[in-house]
Design a protein around this ligand. Structure first.
Ligand code: FCB
Length: 446
């Protein structure tokens, strides 16, 4: 069927999830403890005391999840692998039962004609590595390399798209500065050390993948931002540019061989545990860049102080908000894609996450009539289509998320799924947005 909706015939239509958010079975088949087990089980860290102990039980119900993807006729599924299932202590020989689980998932996807996109790391670091400093410790980058190589050797024959890290900004700044995600530390210097080791981990794994001679593509998934200035005053424009240093440029500049941004080095260079050769390891453009987009922020200039090292702060906005309190700004997605494609020589872009949480109210049949989610998806897909029309190399879109799941520090109360999970039975019940997305994938327009 030829499409008439502005998307190319070979556009990738997918859904995304992450291991700790959906799998459950945290104590089964030799899985080790992750930092998210520890964090969620620490009173006061996660809303409602929720944990990922059971989550969507995808460890046992993955065939139901894959059946849903088939019903959508999705052609790809981005899921992540729990490092502590493979290496319970974060190092050493792989746990066969952990590999077996992902074999079952990968093979079932392939049998269904759905391409598995393997996200190696989506935040569930083995606790044993955190006990030695986690991402603040350089050793973690080398342990990640070992883990990645296990995965390449075992899955490289079947996986054509590997990505290294999911949203390293969140790992570093939410995990080690703001403390709202595992491991819950609050020290800017630690966050900066983590930045460097995360980039190093990506670089080491990417180099190993290329050297392996495997035929697939290797990428990284970021949540970059292009904050807009609150006004057209030069000081706000400059402040917005400075805001993008931490969210975006400290990641993309080193990856594309430009080193860390100058202002970042001036302010925080002393925090970076740079060793000779590190920037060369990092400076190798990924085959594809994954972009997670949820919202856009407005920035105003403020005096530099300890809280505002870049002299910028969030400005008030007018947009309607999601249940997360995030502004709904579909045009911000187009602005971001333009900025990325216009600033770095990216070869292939994918929206690896986009979606929305609303306070869904199921009807008496358990069905959610989520016209608000449909409107969100439609407007953001319009932005994708506009990006393609402008020549931006956007090749695919992964909706976050296939189903309601453990939304990190917000627990189960924030629902991003196009499939509802019954909180008691864990039955999967497609929302109306599920059928909307099915029709989009089928080519019936937005
Ligand atoms: C992203 C995360 C993903 C999910 C969405 C809502 O930052 O990558 O796991 O929590 O936000």
């Amino acid at each position: 069927m030829t499409r008439h909706d502005g998307f190319p015939d070979d556009f990738i239509w997918g859904c995304a999830t992450a291991s700790y958010q959906i799998e459950g079975a945290t104590q089964e088949d030799g899985r080790g403890v992750s930092i998210w087990d520890t964090f969620a089980h620490t009173p006061g860290k996660v809303a409602g005391g929720d944990t990922g102990d059971i989550a969507c039980d995808s460890y046992h119900r993955y065939l139901e999840d894959i059946a849903l993807l088939r019903e959508l006729n999705a052609n790809a599924y981005r899921f992540s692998t729990a490092w502590p299932r493979i290496q319970p202590e974060g190092s050493g020989a792989p746990n066969q039962k952990g590999l077996d689980y992902y074999d079952r998932v990968v093979d079932a996807l392939l049998e269904s004609g759905i391409e598995p996109w393997m996200q190696l790391y989506h935040w569930d670091l083995p606790q044993a590595l955190e006990d030695r400093g986690g991402w603040v410790n350089r050793e973690t980058a080398y342990r990640f390399l070992d883990f990645a190589q296990i995965m390449f050797r075992h899955f490289g024959d079947r996986i054509r798209h590997f990505s290294s890290l999911n949203e390293p900004w969140c790992v570093a700044f939410l995990g080690y500065l703001q403390g709202v995600q595992a491991p819950g530390k609050t020290d800017r210097r630690l966050a900066h050390r983590a930045v460097h080791h995360l980039l190093l981990a990506h670089g080491l794994a990417q180099r190993a993948y290329r050297e392996s001679g495997l035929p697939g593509a290797f990428g990284i998934v970021l949540n970059p931002a292009r904050q807009r200035p609150a006004t057209a005053r030069p000081e706000d424009i400059e402040a917005a540019d400075r805001a993008a240093i931490e969210s975006t440029r400290i990641w993309l500049d080193p990856l594309y061989g430009r080193g860390y941004p100058e202002l970042f080095m001036q302010l925080f260079g002393a925090d970076i545990p740079m060793e000779e050769g590190d920037l060369d390891i990092i400076a190798s453009p990924p085959d594809f860049l994954g972009i997670n987009y949820y919202f856009e922020q407005a920035i105003k200039a403020v005096p530099v102080d300890g809280q505002h090292p870049y002299g910028c702060a969030l400005a008030e906005t007018w947009h309607p908000k999601t249940a997360m309190g995030w502004d709904i700004v579909p045009e911000g997605m187009l602005r971001l894609l333009r900025y990325i494609a216009g600033t770095w020589p990216v070869s292939e872009l994918y929206v690896t996450e986009n979606g929305v949480a609303f306070d869904d109210v199921p009807d008496s049949q358990g069905i959610v009539h989520d016209a608000n989610r449909i409107a969100y998806l439609r407007s953001h897909l319009h932005a994708c289509r506009d990006a393609i029309a402008e020549g931006i190399p956007l090749k695919g879109y992964f909706l976050w998320s296939l189903m309601d799941n453990f939304e990190w520090a917000y627990g189960y109360q924030k629902r991003f799924g196009i499939v509802r999970i019954d909180p008691v039975t864990l039955h999967r019940i497609p929302k109306k947005s599920f059928y909307y997305y099915r029709d989009v994938i089928a080519g019936f327009g937005l």
